[in-house]
Design a protein around this ligand. Structure first.
Ligand SMILES: [Zn+2]
Ligand SMILES: [Zn+2]
Length: 1006
């Protein structure tokens, strides 16, 4: 065996595509050569512009899974794309390290019944230490996941939301709000999680709707001063009867008095029939109808005055326990009459607030009823549902009780049912600046309409933002209150605190509970002691402060508004919202801190179910990428569907098309290298210009290069528009179809020779492939950075040392319109749609593709005929036919001789007649194909020239047919000689059995 060509010596490019090994080698290459650092330094010095970026910080309370990976892959795609377009991008990591999620994780680790018990047992200091330990444990896993995924995010420049310097800068937002009177305290009904023992923001409430079971009750309130007339009411929260103050009707709607037995019931006219059906009452009669307005002001007998003395007192207040008119009362559901408990509902609170009714909120911080709740005192509010039902029944006021399942907000972390409670909280009064917020949000580019509309609709509500939380591990609210005179002050830096303090817990105290609570200030008004308000800040305020808090002043002025952010679509209520609100508060201007925001859909499992621990279908990134390729996973994320759609992630699909595309790209490079190195191709000399000067480019080359220009434009356009799936399907089509299935067969024969006379032609093919393949590698880099780097090093950098050190430092391709040839592309379209018709005609007539045929007739429109005539040589070669004729109409032919197949306007007729010469050539090609396969199996490189090929046990007829074609066969199988034997005589190589038209034949190669 004369191995003229040895597999290249550089790492990465091997005979087979082994992505896991390749990716490990690339990781080492990046690490060893500090590629990321060099890339940052290069682009920082010399760029087309600086693009700000602020990392949407993942919460370090869990293991990274594929749901997180989708966004991270998109972020990295964008980073590499923009970097190759010569922008400097501040792609620096960031981690969300505070708040409830982290506390819950620690509570779990320390095995706590509830927060109170835990703090009593371990103390706040220990608790805070455990929080820090917990986040660092997860931090390690996240950094590892980023490295496995190939993220070029700068971990050295990461921010952490619990660091003092971050918190101090976060406080600056509050200072701006305070100074503009946008921050203050107030009573408000807030959602409260009984398990986490904290209130939740409106944004958080939206995160946790779930189907739950509640008691559904219909009951009645007697109209005061009547014997037997009642308002009919429905609720699923019986405990709210304890704080009931008024009932609401809709003044613009019609109500009815209905006779039921010897009672008269009042309810919405439109609800009479459904409610009677629901209560299984057949015998009733509508007495009269009236306007809702006519009911307003009527008093009803509050039923629990004897159980709740405080309610008896309140009953004396005008308006309390009367009917009021409210627009929000809906007469298309329930009874059209609602009871309102201002301490336990937001609408209820507002209805009471505008009528200046006193607040009756008889519960403590733990949502347990206090003494004021009379008989119900000492119970957690929701625990009294059954007591209330029983009391209604005792008083013969309960009409019906049954459990129902309905959608109800639950805690997004602990999944407990939320309750609404009036509490003293701190608020940012977003309602005062909502015009600016809306204006800012309108200016942002969202790429897709549905998440944009969702975001704007949410913002439009403009609800005040409750930023206080009753927790431990968070940024402290920096407001101190005087014990004596009640004066308040906001102090937004540690330095100022130390200056103003009369007590501090040592000089180096950190800005967390419990230490911050030991800072006592002196009241400037009365000289009294000022204590800090015990609250910490909403975790969304914490992460929403990142555009200012993670940068220095100088960076902030250069990099904010940042250019492009992407997070999951639930962040419309989360991070995207808090970023925007805080920035408007901080700047006082209608501007967002980001120019573009792509919201992504969720990642679901293969069956479209949410991934959850309970279903056991969560795929951890680190574990998954031990066994699966990061490149192919990245490709799959971007390719499978639009980024706004939910994605059903099925690991089995990685092995399909995504693998095929990568593998094809890899093997095209192998094919190129084996041939190009053999012919000593030199990319610096043998450029496309050189090939043009040599007149060595043929139509297929020019067609391929023309198609490439279209790909560059289309891919770039779709990538910029975040239509990654469309970008990748054009790339996929180019690699698999245009290049591998169509172009390569057109030029394969040109490379199948080592004749010095045709060397320039071969070099021209290499110059074409170099140009096209390198462009494909550059276009692939944002999606599949590992294989792109590997090919860049093993092929391009190897043959041209003047190239940059890494593919990432090369430039993003731009289309060259001079290389575009629309007319030629049209001609090839005709060729490439006609060839499959020839192939199916052969299949119909059972004429193998390797059998040469004497003649074809193509019946086609004039324009198609012209195109085929121009490319006739290619057409004949690819269809393996000796001659072609053209016709406008189907000619009269003998059907025995001619096979006919048609598609659309085109008909192809094939001459079935095969003489000895055609049969012999066909036989030779069949055999040559078997020898080529055998050569490959025996480990010969395609360019190796073997000493001899022996063929044995052909029958006499075939032997005679084959003989005239032996010389041609020598060329096809790259052998110095091909010999045919009757029997398997002794040769210097092993005989291998093969089948030829069901007959055995033996081949040996040496
Ligand atoms: Zn909770
Ligand atoms: Zn004071």
């Amino acid at each position: 065996m004369t191995a003229k060509f040895k597999a290249n010596s550089k790492p990465f490019l091997t005979q087979h595509y082994s992505p896991l090994e390749l990716e490990n080698e690339v990781r080492v290459f990046w690490e060893k050569n500090q590629i990321l650092k060099k890339l940052e330094e290069t682009r920082e010095k010399n760029n087309n512009g600086m693009l700000g970026y602020v990392e949407g910080p993942p919460t370090l309370n869990g293991i990274p899974h594929v749901g997180h990976a989708r966004g991270r892959v998109i972020k990295d795609f964008r980073y590499r794309l923009k970097t190759m377009q010569n922008y400097y991008v501040a792609f620096w990591a960031g981690w969300d390290t505070q708040g409830l999620p982290v506390e819950l994780e620690v509570e779990k680790t320390l095995g706590a019944k509830n927060k109170k018990e835990l703090l009593a047992r371990v103390g706040e200091e220990r608790f805070v230490e455990e929080c820090k330990k917990s986040i660092m444990k997860y931090h390690r896993l996240w950094v590892e996941a980023d490295s496995m995924l190939g993220l070029f995010i700068d971990q050295d420049k990461a921010y952490y939301t619990h660091q003092d310097r971050y918190i101090e800068r976060e406080w600056q937002y509050l200072k701006h709000a305070w100074e503009q009177s946008l921050l203050g305290e107030g009573y408000y009904v807030v959602a409260y999680c009984p398990h986490c023992q904290t209130s939740l923001s409106n944004a958080e409430v939206g995160l946790g709707y779930k189907e739950v079971q509640d008691p559904s009750i219909h009951f009645k309130f007697r109209v005061s001063g009547t014997e037997n007339e009642y308002f009919i009411v429905w609720t699923t929260m019986p405990f709210t009867l304890v704080t009931d103050m008024i009932i609401g009707v809709n003044g613009n709607e019609e109500y009815a008095r209905v006779k039921v037995g010897n009672e008269v019931w009042i309810l919405a006219r439109a609800r009479v029939e459904p409610i009677m059906e629901e209560l299984e009452i057949e015998d009733y009669k509508v007495l009269n109808a009236m306007n809702g307005k006519d009911l307003v002001g009527k008093k009803y007998d509050y039923p629990f005055k004897d159980l709740i003395p405080k309610q008896a007192e309140l009953d004396e207040v005008p308006l309390i326990h009367t009917v009021v008119d409210e627009d929000f009362v809906d007469v298309t559901t329930a009874t059209g009459i609602v009871h309102l408990a201002p301490a336990n509902g937001e609408d209820d609170f507002l209805a009471s607030h505008k009528r200046k009714l006193p607040m009756f909120a008889p519960f403590n911080e733990q949502a347990v009823f206090t003494e004021d709740a009379g008989k119900f005192a000492g119970f957690f509010v929701r625990k009294t549902d059954s007591m209330v039902i029983e009391e209604l029944e005792n008083r013969r006021l309960l009409l019906k009780m049954k459990p129902i399942k309905h959608e109800y907000p639950t805690c997004w972390r602990s999944h407990h049912k939320l309750v609404w409670l009036a509490r003293r909280e701190y608020f940012v009064w977003i309602d005062k600046i909502n015009d600016k917020v809306m204006e800012a949000a309108q200016k942002v580019k969202y790429f897709f309409d549905s998440p944009k509309n969702r975001f704007l609709a949410f913002l439009k509500e403009g609800k005040r933002w409750c930023i206080s939380r009753d927790r431990t591990w968070g940024s402290p609210l920096p407001i101190w209150v005087c014990e004596k005179c009640g004066a308040k002050t906001l102090v937004a830096s540690k330095k100022e605190l130390v200056e103003k303090a009369i007590e501090i817990p040592g000089k180096d105290f950190e800005l967390h509970k419990p230490w911050i609570d030991r800072v006592i200030l002196k009241c400037e008004s009365c000289g009294g002691r000022m204590q800090r308000e015990h609250f910490v800040l909403d975790v969304w305020h914490n992460s929403g402060a990142s555009p200012y808090a993670r940068f220095t002043d100088e960076e902030f002025s250069k990099l904010v508004p940042v250019n492009f952010l992407t997070e999951a679509v639930d962040q419309t209520r989360g991070w995207a919202n808090s970023l925007l609100l805080e920035h408007v508060v901080m700047t006082g201007k209608p501007v967002a801190p980001y120019e573009e925001f792509l919201f992504q859909g969720f990642v679901l499992d293969a069956k479209g179910r949410k991934m959850s621990k309970s279903l056991g279908n969560v795929l951890e990134i680190n574990k998954m990428l031990q066994e699966r390729s990061a490149d192919i996973t990245r490709f799959y994320f971007l390719w499978k569907c639009s980024p706004i759609d939910s994605m059903n992630f099925d690991p089995r699909e990685l092995k399909g098309r995504p693998y095929q595309v990568m593998s094809t790209l890899y093997h095209l490079h192998n094919f190129f290298m084996q041939n190009a190195e053999y012919d000593k191709f030199n990319p610096k000399k043998h450029t496309l210009e050189w090939s043009t000067e040599q007149n060595a480019l043929t139509a297929p080359d020019r067609w391929l290069i023309s198609k490439l220009q279209g790909l560059i434009s289309e891919f770039t356009k779709k990538a910029e528009a975040c239509e990654f799936n469309f970008a990748l399907s054009t790339l996929e089509d180019f690699i698999v179809n245009i290049l591998s299935r169509e172009y390569v067969p057109m030029i394969r024969k040109d490379l199948w020779s080592d004749d010095p006379e045709t060397l320039n032609r071969r070099l021209a093919v290499y110059s074409t492939l170099w140009h096209v393949l390198k462009t494909l590698v550059l276009l692939s880099n944002p999606t599949t950075p590992f294989i792109s780097e590997a090919l860049y090093q093993a092929v391009y950098k190897k043959l041209d040392d003047s190239l940059p050190e890494t593919v990432n430092l090369d430039s993003w391709p731009t289309p060259n319109l001079d290389l575009k040839d629309a007319a030629l592309e049209e001609e090839f379209d005709v060729l490439l749609t006609t060839l499959p018709i020839v192939y199916s005609a052969r299949q119909d007539a059972q004429l193998k593709r390797r059998w040469p045929l004497a003649k074809a007739i193509v019946v086609a429109p004039e324009k198609s005929q012209q195109a085929l005539k121009k490319l006739e040589e290619l057409f004949l070669e690819l269809s393996n036919i000796k001659a072609v004729e053209y016709a406008d109409e189907l000619p009269q032919v003998e059907s025995k001789q001619w096979a006919i197949t048609s598609e659309g306007e085109v008909q192809v007729l094939l001459d079935r007649t095969r003489d000895d010469a055609l049969e012999g050539e066909g036989l030779m090609r069949d055999l040559a194909r078997r020898v080529q396969a055998l050569r490959r199996d025996l480990g010969f490189s395609p360019t190796d020239i073997v000493e001899a090929v022996h063929v044995a046990e052909l029958d006499d007829k075939n032997m005679q047919l084959l003989k005239p074609f032996l010389t041609e066969m020598e060329g096809l199988v790259r052998a110095k000689t091909v010999q045919v034997h009757g029997e398997r005589t002794k040769v210097d190589a092993e005989w291998h059995e093969s089948k030829l038209d069901k007959k055995k034949v033996y081949v040996a190669v040496l």
